[in-house]
Design a protein around this ligand. Structure first.
Ligand code: GLP
Length: 267
């Protein structure tokens, strides 16, 4: 796992957006896996700015979102479809038909989940999967105890996740108890994963993910099995990492190597 520590959430957002934008420029027809939550909001804002000011072109990009609440209409202000339209899609030149979010109103959930997986495969698989992390170390809605081989399916939310997400719904009672979520196995098949975390409330989950044992109790820890994961953290989220200084050293050397490579290529 590559661990990058930035000084502020704003820097995290800018760095993450740079990685997404590089891929979109390099591979205009790329398949992006996208996440909701407050963490990636700054990254979406920066990508929108790049689209407006630098002409970053999303016209051929395909997206798949990680999850959706069961029972919410796409027009419901707390649905993840609404979130994505509001905070990202309607501000860029993406073809709405290229944007996929699981449908929380599906009648046959098993068929819908299988169809979602098939669609990802038919599009060639996910090139880059953006991930946030829950305070208990979950990715997407893969709550503690989820199989590390799991596929897209229905998942019951834990009381902690319901409490955490109640801030968006006004009350705990209004938060759906069920969600459709890509599985840990689905996520691990992405070619690259980009995990973002900010704030001290994520410090323990980040430590368990990066330096703890691989366990279904912290589903993000399964990312240790993936060969290409970049974690971008702010100082607060990185505060409990034992090897923080080492990660910094690696990044400093990495930047020098990249600068030398660029100089050679240019000259
Ligand atoms: C929810 C989402 C996750 C997200 C997490 C953290 O559980 N399903 O994808 O990572 O919330 O959200 P936030 O970024 O708001 O802390």
């Amino acid at each position: 796992m590559r661990v990058i520590v930035e000084s502020t959430p704003n820097e995290v957002a800018r760095h993450a957006a740079r990685i997404v934008a590089d891929l979109v420029r390099r591979k205009p027809k790329c398949v992006l896996g996208l996440a909701t939550g407050s963490t990636p909001l700054g990254m979406y804002a920066e990508l929108i700015r790049m689209h407006r000011e630098e002409g970053l072109d999303f016209s051929k990009v395909v997206t798949f979102n990680l999850d959706e609440y069961v029972g919410l209409e796409p027009a419901h202000p707390q649905s993840y479809r609404y979130f994505m339209d509001e905070h990202f899609f309607r501000h860029i030149n993406i073809d709405p038909r290229h944007t996929h979010v699981p449908d929380g109103r599906a009648l046959d959930f098993d068929a819908h989940c299988q169809q979602y997986e098939k669609l990802i495969r038919d599009c060639g698989g996910i090139d880059l999967q953006v991930l946030g992390i829950g305070r208990d170390g979950h990715i997407a809605f893969n709550e503690p105890g989820s199989s590390l081989g799991s596929r897209t399916r229905l998942k019951t939310l834990t009381a902690e996740t319901v409490r955490d997400n109640a801030r968006f719904f006004g009350s705990e009672e209004a938060v759906p108890r069920l969600a459709i979520t890509m599985g840990v196995g689905t996520i691990l098949e992405s070619r690259q994963c980009l995990l973002l975390a900010c704030g001290s409330s994520k410090a323990r989950a980040v430590r368990d993910t990066v330096e703890g044992p691989i366990t279904a109790q912290v589903t993000a820890s399964a990312l240790q099995l993936h060969r290409d994961v970049i974690c971008i953290l702010d100082e607060q989220a990185a505060a409990m990492l034992a090897r923080r200084d080492y990660y910094r050293e690696v990044e400093a050397l990495q930047s020098r190597l990249e600068a030398a490579r660029r100089a050679r290529a240019e000259g």
